[in-house]
Design a protein around this ligand. Structure first.
Ligand SMILES: [Fe+2]
Ligand SMILES: [Fe+2]
Length: 193
């Protein structure tokens, strides 16, 4: 795997400034969460830096690459090709940045929607991406705080916030967001009223 300096130099040359700055903020909070939850800082740092490496591609480029890689062309991702960037990022991290660690690759792959049964590293990258200090949405302060006290509750809260947002706009949302939320809710013993 390339060094932090090499990764940063390569990202700086491929991502736009806004995305690059976001990436460094995600790294910062991911490292803080990794320390808090005793997850490898090396893995968290690498996954955070590379989580959006595929965002150098626009919608058309993402869709084209998804087809070349033979990714599943589900209707929601066809509607919003940006949702391919996690899975495509996994391929780029492996092929261009020399990442072999499956945990890091899986965290990159699932950072946008999450998935049921995420590892602690995956949860950290998912939350770091969504609550880094540059993000703004109603309720973010509570979710950011929650991320440092209870990873699962923070993910449930973010997923619900996200679903509410898409409902309000009348847009489709990826089923993995719902599955992630349901999985964690039931894992923590949600009972019927
Ligand atoms: Fe992303
Ligand atoms: Fe991101």
């Amino acid at each position: 795997m390339k060094s932090r300096e090499e990764i940063i130099a390569q990202l700086k040359g491929t991502l736009d400034q806004e995305r690059f700055d976001h990436t460094l903020r995600v790294e910062k909070i991911a490292l803080a969460l990794a320390s808090k939850y005793r997850v490898s800082r090396t893995k968290a740092g690498a996954a955070a830096l590379l989580h959006d490496c595929a965002r150098r591609l626009d919608r058309t480029g993402l869709l084209k690459t998804a087809k070349i890689l033979g990714l599943e062309l589900d209707p929601v991702r066809m509607f919003e090709p940006k949702l391919f960037h996690g899975e495509i990022g996994r391929h780029l991290a492996k092929d261009e940045f020399g990442v072999k660690d499956q945990e890091i690759l899986t965290a990159i792959e699932n950072h946008t929607t999450g998935r049921p049964g995420m590892s602690r590293l995956e949860k950290i990258i998912y939350l770091a991406d969504h609550v880094e200090i540059g993000r703004e949405f109603s309720g973010i302060d509570r979710i950011r705080k929650l991320a440092f006290t209870d990873l699962d509750r923070a993910i449930i809260a973010f997923a619900e916030n996200s679903i509410a947002y898409f409902l309000k706009l009348g847009l489709p949302f990826h089923p993995a967001t719902v599955e992630t939320r349901n999985y964690l809710l039931l894992k923590h013993g949600k009972k019927r009223n």
